[in-house]
Design a protein around this ligand. Structure first.
Ligand code: GAL
Length: 691
């Protein structure tokens, strides 16, 4: 190994530092940044207004952060670690949250049932409960050793312990560094820190990262309704029939998703409307729009010879085909421009968004790592950026029309919080769907636990309830052709779940506003708010009222927070009974508005959804009559309810309204602030909790 070079960090925003590790090898014309391929500008004004924070590695026991570069053999970045630290992140994971001692080679891939680094979001990013986060910004695949490998030159090496005669031996010897290595070239190392007095240091460090990424996005309001993806065989008439059937069954419907069959070629794709099966797609979309229903189109980007895109894009495609289609070079501005023009046209005709499929992997489905592309990018780099660049291309297309989009994608990467997409896949494990909903927050992303099918009414209802508490409520019936009323005996239950989703839309919308404005992930695990904070240090933890160990709380993988004030604890299909753990402080049942214990076990009927509200909160919901119903929980509290037009980018220009509420002892006062936009709700009503 070469000499150690101490990383020279420069402060670029309050609480954000960057160290540039220079390339010593030309790795194929891609420079040294992964995120530069698709990232939006940082939210400069917002970041500049945040308090300063202490640099987390000052005074670290193992010394300073450093790198070692061995020319072609690779680059190693070493970041100090204290033995007591808990680490989270390393891309999208579905089973565990904490990644201490993990050794992972991050690589974009379909989830294969293991949290092993092959993931839909291989973000080279982690968060520490000490209140800082690190991003290794390189397009190369990064291997991480999360305190699992002790260096011979360690400053504080762990003591040697006789495995059979002494206590304290462990299979892993905790190391004083996180080590990250990649094949060749330079990178930017970013450190994001929470301010010293932060009560949720992990959340606040991650929030700075998200604001640096461009801030989270606010989806269009229609995106928070019910999505139904129809069978791949469906034609225009089937789509009309689908919309009519939802009306007949009195079930709300916001988006219909078409699967590959909308095109003249599928696998490979043409991305052109099949006029035979959709003879009048423009009037179809107009008809749907008049009923408040949007259309989303499935796509993959392996282009068929039958496509109108084939000839123009062919000179800008890679060396290999996928599913017999040519692969556009997303490092080539010409290719991106051709795709962008095509998508602008589809969007202008009325399409609301896309489902960008199969950009993640399974090695057999994608081009090989050694594939070459005209821009000079290698296959391995293309794989790391593909999903995110496609999101950016489409987001830009919709932006140019002044309309927000909201879509689905199967691959993304670091720094993509601003891109209005949600990750999905072909796995169908309920517990993993649940954990993924929470853990996506550790890479600035969102995950959709979609409903596909079920073998029992109970499973059907539980899956809908989970989906209703996620970024997109969706039945993906591409293969099953299932409808929400699949089990007549629980049709009422499903209808009430869909209506419940409608009723919490303002709360979800406000959670997204927190993501855009403050970088706080709208869906996140409990540990993100609670690890390392004042309560863990003893400040707020009351061992009479909260007689559980906070350690347990930090490992919870089957509950998650929504926005500032809600906690969801979906029930798994295999049992009607579950244990609920609520963080320190007062919590209320969302439905009954009654105070609940911080830890309890009970049975939940199929139409009961475990959702809890933090004491002191005001949660905006939609009444059946269209009124804005503000649920005030606790003896006193306050809240700010955000609203905007739900469609345009006016909110980015400061056009929105705020309702500021203060309540105490069953009475509430409020003021309305309109910034170029009047609140779009009907009457305003208050509901108070019962203590
Ligand atoms: C899969 C995708 C499914 C469905 C299918 C259509 O890759 O995950 O949701 O779209 O392709 O062929």
């Amino acid at each position: 190994m070469n000499e150690k070079t101490i990383l020279q960090f420069e402060r670029i925003f309050p609480g954000i530092w960057r160290a540039r590790v220079c390339a010593n090898t030309d790795t194929g014309g891609m420079g040294t940044s992964l995120t530069a391929f698709y990232k939006h500008e940082p939210r400069t004004e917002k970041l500049d207004s945040l308090p300063e924070a202490g640099f987390p590695f000052d005074g670290a026991p193992g010394g300073e952060a450093f790198c070692q570069s061995d020319g072609d053999a690779g680059t190693v970045i070493c970041l100090p670690l204290r033995l007591s630290e808990r680490l989270y992140g390393l891309g999208l994971n579905y089973q565990r949250l904490c990644v201490n001692y993990a050794a992972r080679q991050l690589r974009c891939d379909h989830y294969g049932g293991q949290d092993n680094g092959r993931t839909h979001i291989p973000a080279p990013f982690y968060v520490s409960d000490r209140g800082y986060a690190v991003l290794i910004d390189t397009p190369e695949p990064v291997s991480f050793y999360m305190g699992s490998s002790v260096r011979r030159d360690a400053v504080n090496p762990p003591p040697e312990i006789h495995r059979f005669r002494e206590k304290g031996w462990s299979a892993v010897t905790p190391a004083e560094y996180v080590e990250a290595s990649f094949a060749a070239g330079g990178c930017d190392v970013y450190v994001f820190a929470a301010s010293k007095d932060s009560k949720s240091p992990m959340r606040d460090a991650a929030a700075r990262y998200n604001l640096w990424s461009g801030g989270g996005f606010i989806p269009p309001k229609w995106g928070l309704g019910m999505w139904q993806r129809v069978s791949g065989y469906a034609d225009g008439e089937d789509v009309r029939a689908e919309a009519a059937a939802f009306e007949e069954h009195d079930m709300p419907l916001s988006v219909i998703g078409l699967e590959p069959g909308w095109q003249t070629a599928a696998y490979p794709s043409s991305l052109d409307w099949d006029e035979k099966h959709f003879p009048d797609h423009k009037s179809l979309m107009a008809e749907l729009a008049s009923k408040g229903i949007r259309l989303n189109l499935w796509e993959n980007f392996f282009i068929s010879e039958k496509s109108t895109l084939y000839d123009p894009v062919s000179p800008y495609c890679g060396s290999h085909k996928v599913w017999n289609g040519i692969v556009p070079d997303l490092g080539s501005p010409e290719a991106v421009e051709i795709l962008s023009r095509h998508h602008k046209k589809l969007a202008a005709e009325g399409v609301s968004g896309f489902k960008v499929d199969e950009c993640d992997g399974f090695d057999g489905w994608l081009w090989p790592d050694h594939a070459s592309f005209p821009s000079g990018l290698r296959g391995i780099t293309m794989r790391a950026i593909y999903g995110a660049v496609l999101q950016r291309m489409q987001d830009d297309a919709f932006r140019s029309l002044g309309r927000r989009t909201y879509g689905l994608v199967r691959a993304s990467n670091a720094g993509a919080a601003h891109l209005p997409y949600v990750i999905y896949n072909d796995c169908y494990s309920f517990p993993q769907f649940l954990t993924g909903t929470a853990s996506a927050a550790f890479c600035g992303a969102l995950w959709v636990p979609e409903v596909r099918d079920a073998s029992t009414p109970r499973e059907w209802a539980r899956r809908f309830a989970l989906s209703a508490l996620s970024p997109i409520l969706m039945l993906n019936a591409w293969a099953s052709g299932a409808k929400p009323w699949k089990f007549p005996e629980i049709e009422d239950t499903i209808r009430s779940i869909l209506r419940f989703r409608q009723s919490i839309a303002p709360a979800l919308y406000n959670a997204f506003r927190g993501w855009y404005e403050e970088g706080i992930p709208p869906f996140r695990p409990l540990c993100m708010d609670w690890a390392g904070g004042a309560s863990e240090k003893g400040g707020e933890l009351d061992d009479t009222e909260n007689p559980y160990s906070l350690g347990e709380l930090l490992d919870v993988t089957d509950e998650y927070l929504i926005g500032r004030d809600l906690l969801a604890a979906p029930v798994a299909p295999d049992s009607d009974t579950r244990r609920i753990i609520l963080p320190p402080g007062e919590w209320y049942d969302f439905f009954t508005m009654e105070r609940v214990e911080n830890s309890f076990t009970r049975e939940f009927a199929l139409d009961e959804i475990p959702l809890y509200v933090r004491g002191g909160a005001v949660v905006p919901t939609l009444g059946e009559d269209g009124a804005l119903v503000l649920r005030c929980c606790g003896r006193e509290g306050e809240g700010i309810i955000y609203d905007d037009d739900g469609e345009s980018f006016g909110y980015e220009r400061g056009e929105y309204s705020l309702i500021k509420v203060i309540f105490a002892d069953g009475r509430a006062d409020y003021t309305v602030e309109s910034h170029g936009y009047e609140p779009g709700y009907g009457d305003l009503r208050f509901v108070f909790s019962r203590d």
